[in-house]
Design a protein. Structure first.
Length: 323
């Protein structure tokens, strides 16, 4: 059951090399999620990444699915990795694994740790003093084993540049798309996300899970409302409009956003509008005033102000960088 990306068509001359470090009893979901983002997307989408697997002991590895996978690369594959993905590892990696990951990080490779994979960079000390996303069930164990790490069991991922962490396997897709966005812009990330039919991209600050109610029914998912909002970005939509669409009060809707996404409704909508404006700046020559109108930010002045607050740059400078 090979997971490495197809060799044809050929990768670009110098792709960003993503290597997933896997182990026996590997959970496949985070690995296949990363492969879906960093793999081949057909002739219409530029291939900026290559993806492969490696293991301490290459060969046939068992998985939680019950079907084995064949892994050809050994730990030496990490010597050429630009991003090292570690997901679902045991809590006690061998000295050889620790040494290989440490060498890769010291050389400048980015380390992405998902779920229990966080225990490897934590053991190396490269998470000391940093806030990290950790699965809520592992937060206490991580704090006990590595007291200098600052665990956050509420957010879905934290990007700290050279190291990124995701608390749960389901956040792998969001974190990988976030990396693509940072390295190649919003338009490219959106194209990849659309091909995967991914839902609205979740920011790292969003919650891992909503708190369970002590009484009454489970809270409804916000997904239908979010999809509806994405089709109406140019419109001036208020929290009251959103609440009416959902059939709840504005106060209830605001609480649902806080519980399920960790952000207020207005902030979530602003982030989507900024993402859409970034894509238009990258892919079109439309004037800033026109882009502002298309994404619901009313005017070029408002777009520039929001852009500078969120990204510390101007729309014109952003366009020059990503065109």
């Amino acid at each position: 059951m090979p997971l490495d990306c197809p060799e044809t068509p050929p990768a670009p001359a110098d792709p960003h090399r993503v290597v997933a470090l896997v182990a026996p009893h590997q959970e496949l979901y985070p690995v296949t999620s990363a492969s879906a983002v960093f793999g081949y997307h057909g002739p219409d989408i530029p291939q900026h990444y290559s993806f492969r697997l490696c293991a301490e002991h290459p060969g046939s590895l068992s998985t939680t699915l019950g079907a084995p996978i064949q892994v050809d690369g050994g730990l030496d594959a990490l010597d050429e990795a630009d991003t090292v993905l570690i997901a679902g590892w045991t809590f006690t990696p061998s000295p050889a694994v620790l040494d290989a990951v440490a060498r890769a990080h010291a050389r400048g490779a980015r380390v992405v740790a998902v779920a229990a994979g966080i225990f490897i960079p934590a053991a190396l000390g490269i998470l000391d003093g940093r806030r990290v996303s950790v699965h809520w069930e592992l937060a206490a164990d991580l704090a006990e084993r590595h007291p200098r790490v600052v665990p956050d069991g509420t957010v879905i991922y934290v990007d700290d540049g050279d190291v990124a962490t995701a608390g749960a396997s389901a956040a792998t897709l969001d974190l990988c798309l976030h990396q693509v966005l940072q390295e190649h812009g919003a338009a490219y990330a959106m194209r990849v996300g659309r091909q995967l039919a991914a839902g609205p991209h979740r920011e790292g600050c969003q919650r891992q899970y909503p708190p369970l109610p002590t009484a009454g029914p489970m809270p409804d998912s916000l997904a239908p409302l979010l999809e509806w909002l994405l089709t109406r970005l140019p419109e001036q939509i208020t929290v009251e409009d959103m609440a009416a669409r959902s059939g709840v009060s504005p106060r209830t809707l605001t609480r649902q956003f806080a519980d399920q996404l960790g952000v207020p409704p207005g902030r979530w909508l602003l982030e989507r509008r900024l993402a859409a404006s970034r894509a238009l700046l990258e892919e079109t020559d439309l004037p800033v005033e026109t882009i502002a109108t298309r994404v619901g930010l009313s005017s070029a002045v408002n777009l520039r102000r929001r852009f500078h607050t969120a990204l510390r740059t101007t729309p014109a400078a952003y366009r020059r960088s990503f065109r």
